[in-house]
Every structure is written in structure tokens, then in C-alpha cells.
Design a protein around this ligand. Sequence first.
Ligand SMILES: *Cc1c(COP(=O)(O)O)cnc(C)c1O
Length: 397
Amino acid sequence: MSHPDRAGGWHPDTLLVHAGTLRSEFNETSEALFLTQGHVYASAEECERRFSGDEPGFLYARFSNPTVAMFEARMAALEGAEAARATASGMAAVTASLVGQLKAGDHVVASKALFGSCLYIIEELLPRFGVASTLVDGTDLDQWRAAVRPETRTFFLESPANPTLEIIDIAAVAEIAHGAGATLVVDNVFSTPLWQKPLELGADCVVYSTTKHVDGQGRCLGGVVLASAEFIASHIHNFLRQTGPAMSPFNAWVMLKSLETLSLRVERQTRSAGLLADALSGHRNALRATYPGRPDHPQADIVRRQMRGGSTLIALEVAGGKAGAFRFMNALRIARISNNLGDAKTLVTHPGTSTHQRLKPETRVAMGISDGLVRISVGLEHPDDLVADFRAALDQV
Ligand SMILES: *Cc1c(COP(=O)(O)O)cnc(C)c1O
């Protein structure tokens, strides 16, 4: 197999089409799908060398497969990371990034505005195994500092956060983490690798649910952990290899093909989201349209410093609480009601009754999730049609 040089200073668009491509003896144009559990060896000696690591090569699909390796190499090139490991879902990536580093007696600090399942890992699962956790308001740097204990091992955050789109100063939190001898893991789903590079801002590890913008067309689950070669070797590789949440070669193949169009899709979705946020923010039934990229975003200065683009999502506060939000959602004709995001189809979510339904009401309030909050994930439809659809639905609230 041949492997083109993936350095070369190429732009993200070029990396997304070419990086990591492995060609077999048939020199296929498109990335091949290797649906195989394992590989055969020319001799017992070759098998021995592969297992000892003296000879590189693929062994068994729980931890090495050519199609998955192409996906990992392309994601690493895009992120500017030394190493990447693909996983079966975003939650498998989040779990590996934490459990791979931690042991009983350690302590984790995390921002409380997190994807619901990430909150479960930090608040419920880790403590069962003797790992204590503290949740903080991630926008308040003093709370991160105050939460540090001698046994603090890692910080975890999401920015922009789901579903409020609040922004955390990643470089500042990384500095606090490192000052405390801890690492920082960033869940970068909401900004995509195109608009924010946490490793450049000081994070030690970045995780994605590739189910979202990377697939981007509502088909496959996937995730990826990206970090230095040293971090992956010490904390991630063996955990994934032995516990088995592997990305299937088929899903890796779908996602490789999706990566070819990632920048086209995300740039278009971001432009449309900006237009839509502007068009909705003056409407009498829109109490607030929070959008990273608008000057009225509460952390607009941090957005300018740490993000290269806005977001494909908008957090819209609709008048009339839950009833108003439901009337608005039910009146939409193009945008569909769903809990997913990053899709080609514009999707709306009422977090209070879906993704964040199980939280206590006071926790929801503390996270800024009001009864009128609707999360909008902007798709690839024509922006004029979206503006018309959303304005007409807001008129009916
Ligand atoms: C969706 C999501 C996850 C979980 O990903 P799955 O692929 O659904 O397991 C984690 N974090 C964020 C921010 C997400 O949006």
C-alpha cells in the first residue's frame, strides 16, 4: 500500500480529499472498504513480527483496519494532531478520553453545560469507580481554579456548549489545568475541526462525535480521539484495543467519503446560520437568538479570539415558554423536529423535553435551558427558504 505525504502545508479542503489515503495493489481512485475482521500472514515468522510490533501492519479489526486507519489519518491531518483513534460512537470517544487517563482516587473538573451523556459519565459513572468530580460554570475561570484539588487529574469541557452555545475560554482553562498538573480534554463537536483547534489553544486531547457534522447526512455513528502520539500511546490505544468500542470499517468508509465535502457543508451551514440568526433576532416572538459570530453573543470577544468561524447552530429563545416553543416547532414546514445536529437537513430540538429532559428542573435553569429554548441545527437548504420557514413559524407563536 502506498501512503502520500500528508504534511506539505495543504489547506484543510485539500487534506479532507487526500490525507491518509492508502491505495491497494489495484490503485483504486476512491478509498477502498476493507470489510475484514483480520489478515493472513505469509509465514509464522511474519505473524510473530507483527504481534511483537517489530513489523508494522494490520492485525485484527478491533484495533487496526485499513479503512479505519485512513479515516484516523485524515482526521489527524485535519486537526493537526499527531495521532487519532476512531471509535464506535462519540460517547465511546468521550469515555475513552476520561477512563483511559483516570484511576480510583483521582478527581475530574468539568463544565456543567455538557451533552447529557457526558454529564452521566462524569457525575454518575466515574464516582462509582472512585473518581470524584466537580462541575463548574465553565465561563467563570475562578470556579475552575477553586475546584482544583491535589488529586485533580483532568479537566473536561465543551465549547460552544450544548444547547446554549455558551463559549469557554479554552486557552485560559488549559493554563489553569496545566498549573494544577492536570490535562484538558475538549469535546469539539459544536465548532467542528474547521472553526476551532483546541490543541493549538493548549488542550491535551480533543474528542468528536463524528455522528454529527463529519457524517453530516444522518447515517452512521462514530467518534474519534485526537492527541499527541504520547497521550494516545499512554492513555487511549490500549484501553480501546482491549475494551473494544471499535468503529466499523463500513462506518469509517462512509465517513471518509463525508470528509471530502466537510468544508463545503460546514461553510455553507455556517453562512446560512449567521443569516438566519440575523433574520430571527429582530422578530417580536424571538426573545433572544444566541449565535457565536454575532456581536451580541455574551462571549463575543472569546469567539473572535479562539474560533475561525461561527457555528452551524443557533440557540433561539421563543416567547411563551414551552407552549410557544412547541407551537413554533410544529409550524415549521422545512425544518424537522429531531435530536440530532450537523445534518444536511435543518433540525430543531426542544432540549428541555428531549436531550435534557432527565435533568432536574433547577439543573436545567442553572444550565440556561429555559422552557422556550429551541436549538436549531442549520442544514444545506437554501437560506432564503429557511428564513421564510422560520419567520412564518415565529409569526404563529
Ligand atoms: C452527539 C454528541 C456526543 C455523543 O456522540 P454519539 O455519537 O451520539 O455517541 C457527545 N458530545 C457532543 C457535544 C455531542 O453533540
